[in-house]
Design a protein around this ligand. Structure first.
Ligand SMILES: [Zn+2]
Length: 344
């Protein structure tokens, strides 16, 4: 067994993956055709080609405009999970989606959520993969819009919808802007996370933990500039959902051997790996493990740590988590034995 095959085969949890960034290019083209939306190119292979973050954001927005009917959301959610299963042995995901990206276009909240839930349930039924949803505040929205989004999400809540997160450009809009939306979500029983310190100082991590009440941090790379925040997060066992490729592309760590994830792991922080916007970054959850773990020379023991951090960081209940840990450990033991016998 090749090490790359091993890395693709280890069972995985993913906690940082944006639904709108998982749409297949071919499906994007197909939905655009159905809804009479003109795309910049007719070549499917070139739809996700971009030079700058601004072009990337424009494409991200355009993909969203092709998601209109409940069936569109269901199809894309299903395909997204299918890709995770086939390319990286994905077993469980807590997946972000941006409600206001759709509701601002006149798509009802119920259409978005019910469509996603349809796709998730069908994927679990066909493929055994499980998925839960995290509604994301978009940082460039006004605070009142975020608060209203949370209210609507709570009104249309399904069992699958378990959390609130936050994404968008971090530097201009700090986390404290959305304290009311977070309070409302917490009162409504949602779990809390946020993108933080991806592109801003570690004080944003502290704000997310202490002011917003976040339980996890998405990205968090700039934590490495503040030893006190590192020590606090390590001591409290805060989980960091890190994304090798997207950070490399967007924020300029193109060489994975010097990616901040390396220092975060070395500092004893609880890191787990994710694909962020996989189709748009031309990656998948399997490839993220292959690229990062080979670049950083991570052997099976370190990989096991990353995988099991993912399990422990989920918002499943404790018995569910324990069962997943046992199941994953069995598979990892088997894969480790296979790897050892093929290299020995
Ligand atoms: Zn993200």
């Amino acid at each position: 067994m090749q090490y790359a095959d091993y890395l693709r085969s280890v069972p995985k949890v993913e906690l940082h993956c944006h639904f709108e960034g998982t749409v297949r290019a071919a499906t994007f083209a197909d939905l655009a055709r159905r809804h009479d939306i003109t795309l910049p190119t007719n070549e499917v292979a070139k739809l996700y080609d971009y030079e700058t973050i601004y072009e990337f954001l424009a494409i991200f927005g355009m993909v969203s405009t092709t998601l209109i009917d409940r069936e569109d959301f269901a199809r894309c959610a299903y395909e997204s999970l299918e890709d995770g299963v086939k390319l990286g042995n994905l077993r469980y995901r807590e997946m972000f989606f941006n409600p206001t990206l759709h509701t601002r276009r006149g798509v009802p909240m119920a259409t978005v959520i019910d469509g996603l839930v349809d796709g998730i349930r069908a994927a679990e039924n066909d493929l055994g993969v499980r998925c839960r949803l995290i509604a994301d505040v978009y940082r460039q929205d006004p605070p009142a819009m975020a608060r209203q989004m949370v209210e609507e999400v709570l009104e249309h809540r399904r069992d699958e919808l378990i959390g609130l997160g936050m994404d968008g450009a971090e530097a201009p809009d700090p986390p404290e802007k959305f304290v009311e939306a977070y309070q409302l979500a917490r009162a409504g029983g949602l779990r809390l996370t946020s993108h933080a310190s991806e592109d801003a100082p570690p004080v944003n991590i502290t704000t997310c933990l202490d002011v917003l009440g976040c339980e996890r941090i998405d990205h968090g790379y700039h934590i490495m500039s503040d030893p006190a925040v590192i020590a606090r997060c390590r001591d409290q066992g805060i989980y960091f959902t890190c994304c090798p490729t997207s950070t490399a592309v967007v924020y300029g760590w193109p060489d994975l051997t010097t990616h901040p994830i390396k220092d975060m792991v070395a500092a004893g922080l609880a890191v787990m790996l994710n694909s962020d916007d996989p189709t748009m970054f031309h990656t998948d959850i399997g490839r993220e493990y292959v690229e990062l773990c080979t670049a950083l020379d991570y052997g099976p023991a370190t990989v096991r740590g990353l995988v099991l951090n993912g399990v422990d960081a989920t918002w499943l209940d404790e018995s569910d988590k324990a069962a997943m840990r046992t199941d994953f450990t069995d598979v990892l033991n088997r894969l480790d034995a296979e790897l050892a016998s093929s290299s020995g």
